[in-house]
Design a protein around this ligand. Sequence first.
Ligand SMILES: C[S@@+](CC[C@H](N)C(=O)[O-])C[C@H]1O[C@@H](n2cnc3c(N)ncnc32)[C@H](O)[C@@H]1O
Length: 291
Amino acid sequence: MDPRTVGPLLALGERVLTDSSHLFDDHDHRREAEDLLASVLDTEADDLDDQEEVSRRLRERYLSLVARRAGGEPFPLLVGHIVFNGLELKVKPGTFMPRPSSELTVGRAAKRLRGRKHPVLVDLATGTGPIAIAVADEVPHAEVWGADIDDAMLALGRRNARTLGITNVRLRRSDLYAGLPHRLMGSVDVVTGHIPYVPPDEVDDLPSEVREFEPLTSLTDYSEDGLGLMRRAVAEAPEWLKPGGWLLLEISHDLESKIRRLCTKAGLEDHGVGRDADDLSLVVEARKPRA
Ligand SMILES: C[S@@+](CC[C@H](N)C(=O)[O-])C[C@H]1O[C@@H](n2cnc3c(N)ncnc32)[C@H](O)[C@@H]1O
């Protein structure tokens, strides 16, 4: 018999999502099933009651969302938004979905900016600007810039910032640093970046939720090892940072020693990596020497 109550519907959703080969394994499939059912029932996941009967119309809507998710559609697209660092950000097809892992960069950057007078942050490869917007929200006296080459993503980011009433962030079309105002040279307190780093020959191995739903230019720069943009971002950082300013780069675990070496080669002090509690994300932290 088809499940009609919340408990069995959640169990079914979790099983279908866990069996999908289109999704990363590290998602919390149970939580996603709960969030999908909660969005259909217009309630909070924590308020779901296993015994509650769900109408046929809502069961069908839930199961169709589960099927779309199992087919690889990013979770935020199914509900139309993502909550990032406590902010509700709208998402759209064809844009890079902000990752919860990037909240680590926000926290590390905000910590470095808070004590400074008129602090300036530049977020490279900002996409729809989640890192830039969240830092601007956390540190209202900061001047925050986001740089990206994708106009559609920038437009969505500007709309999100406007809706949230965050006015100290500007998102600019810019090939890394090239389109930023020259007056920022040598005066940036923190540069952040969640820059593409996947080698082109590994793109086909990514699950469909990424490969088929996000622009390939968000994932790889098509250089031989996928680190062409990363190299430029690190090499040019000292020109933009003020003495004592920080470069914070979100990377995957396998890149740690390579990126730390690049930073040292660029004349930055290596301050190791920041990690979150789940050890999902890694932020390389390097500093321009003070004198
Ligand atoms: C991994 S996504 C990160 C987006 C955003 N920081 C986030 O966390 O949601 C990488 C971004 O790099 C951008 N990008 C690719 N080449 C670039 C370039 N030459 N200059 C600036 N941004 C670039 C892509 O458009 C994409 O938005």
